[in-house]
Design a protein around this ligand. Sequence first.
Ligand code: NIG
Ligand code: FE
Length: 396
Amino acid sequence: MLLTGIGVLATNDPQLGPGLLGEIHDAAVAVEAGWVVWVGREADAPQGVDGERIDVAGRCVVPGFVDAHTHLVFAGDRATEFEARMAGTPYQAGGIRTTVSATRAATTAQLAQGASRLAAEALRGGTTTLETKSGYGLTVVDERRSLEAAATVAGDDVPAVERTFLGAHVVPAEHTIDDYVALVCGEMMQACAPLAAWCDVFCEDGAFGEDEARAVLRAGAAHGLGARIHANQLGHGPGAQLAAEVGAASADHLTFLSDADVAALVDGGVVATLLPAAEFCTRSAPAPARRLLSAGVVVALASDCNPGTSYTTSMPFVVALACQRYGLTAAEAVHAATAGGAAALRRADVGHLAVGAAADLVVIDAPTPVHLAYRPGVQLVATVVRGGRVAWRSAA
Ligand code: NIG
Ligand code: FE
């Protein structure tokens, strides 16, 4: 495939062009067998590329979004809770249990269908890789079923999926915290680890404390799972520093951070995955994105799609929010939503467009990536290419 007529190509590769996005003007991209084999100015494009030629008529192209934090496997919704929140009731971690009841009552096929529907929606918003979690089952059988459902999310019309075991999302009503942590670290881990690459824990008042979170992430590591953590979402807590201690790939949310937390993230090389849509939908303060960037932390942006705090799959919306709420430039936000997400998943093959990268890209119906933030709420995604194939094209 040869993509031509690209007004601005964001490569995220500083060797290929100027600015944070490594921009090339009047660019072309050649793709073979799912991989980028050439990028540069169209005038220099290789001749005789076989296959499909797509002229994007001056539109801009960005790498496919890498959404490194979602919860797509659940049943039911929480519109009633959202409505109460809009009337002033604050968000509490315990709301998760409402979704747990609905999820346990659903069949695995229903869970798979719901997750696939949201994943397809994410792809139409330009997401080509996403991470998704269990965490609404909270029994051995239901956590395992949740990961089985996530494993069915595959095919040309959905992003590539990485799976995370989040048995330690909240303590279910039938357990004490100690016996539940023992279950998560023992039998549940045994059943779930083979279906996941990552282990996550919600380290927060009302969920799991420092010692419990450490135990869960260590048990995950013993089963070969990389660590990620929900940390410092609802208040100051130990999660960010614990992420550094256990060598987590990413600490997520990070709405409330002390200077010591920021320093620990720097020292630990932990990616900060910020979730501005969760803050927006819970009317929370914004995470200190500028402080993190200034300190040298790699920042990722993700949707956190889940029925409680952030029922959106839209990475363009997340980019727009990050500009408004975090004071990022559009380039910083797009970079964090692509290269940042890839770093949060420790992936070198996605999140950028250079020779050897996966041919995952989004044609935006606008002249520059700035329009993603400049035209909030507008469907600007024109074409999504995943693995070198057109996965979705807008009818317009
Ligand atoms: O990332 N914080 C914990 N987990 C989700 C919310 C889950 C829910 O309320 O259902 C989050 O915001
Ligand atoms: Fe989350």
